[in-house]
Ligand binder design. Sequence first.
Ligand code: GLA
Length: 414
Amino acid sequence: MKLMKKNILSSFVFLFSIFTFSQGNTHKSESGKYENQALTPPMGWNSWNTFETKIDENLVRETADIMVASGMKDAGYTYIVLDDGWMTRERDKNGNLVPDPVKFPSGMKALIDYVHSKGLKFGLYNCAGTKTCAGYPGTRGYEYQDARFYADLNIDFLKYDWCNTEGINAKEAYTTMSNALKTAGKPIVFSLCEWGDNDPWKWGKPIGNLWRISGDIYPCFNCEFKHPENWSSWGFMKIAEMRKDIRKFSGPDHWNDFDMLEVGNGMTVAEDRSHFTMWSMLASPLIAGNDFRKMSKETLAILTNKELIEINQDKLGIQGFKYSEENGLQIWVKPLSDGNWAITFLNISDISRKINFDWKANPIKDTDFNMEINFATKTYKIKDLWKNKDAGSTKKTFTAELPSHDVITLKLTQ
Ligand code: GLA
């Protein structure tokens, strides 16, 4: 009895102390990502692919202006993300990050307010390591302080990289930053840029809204670009085919990120079209990486192709898969909502290829998501999305000539 009394008393003291502690503690740590920030793959622009660290406030303002005036905003592009190089080389004496006053003389807050005033969203970059990849202050050891800094700036998106992380556990490092962002209290899309080294698709879902699955992209079809410091960047088709069996890990609010777009950065128009198509078929984030101020009509037309964007943004959020490959002619398939499907023919060979696709002889099965089409029992209407015209139905064999490195994308509707 005595013991019971003592237990009751100590439980009371314990509950009382929890109560008083939580009342007084305004920095209660929260965990878990901000949910529902990216129900479809995020769309926007990032400075890195074209400008690397040569960024400044004029570039951001002009990019935001063009994003609106060119129709890109209407097409769905929302985020303007400053990548590496926005800070000074050292933190201030209180350990705070400092936006570079030479590159951003009006201050980062004013710039972010400007971007917001255009109805757009704003993102910044940092790194889980001690320094960013370009040698600016990393967040290691400053997670909660940096998260508060971002919340005060009112940013909407954080890309969090993986340089200078020797000896750090990836899942733990990204969890710490995710919790810090949650605790800071401002909803922010958390973009894990861990290059797929530690299978982030297996643990990233409760932590972040998207995760890179590869090293950096390079503006070529399927080359490997070897950097002198002993690392490689990859042509878009290398990235598209780099990982097997990860599509089941991608979906609304937790996307496999195939890296930022290189559309408009030096490939042929056919290759740019194929690149944009593949990113749409793969439900990858669509983050443009070109200089909007010098954008050609062709580049803008590719980036704003409404029907391809609809394939990318389809609310089912299923990543497409490679159905077949023969003589360099690949066929990719993506199940869509309302029982529709997207089919892409892609010619990876160096010569033109003839397509002769007899639908009835090719039933399609998506074993990861348990869906199928049997063209012998069901007929679909076909629309050619790049030509923007009807292309008959699946009753008839589909025939076409497909130039090297080009695509034909068809939408099948019931
Ligand atoms: C890494 C990332 C890139 C870019 C650079 C910046 O390479 O993968 O996307 O952010 O760092 O230094």
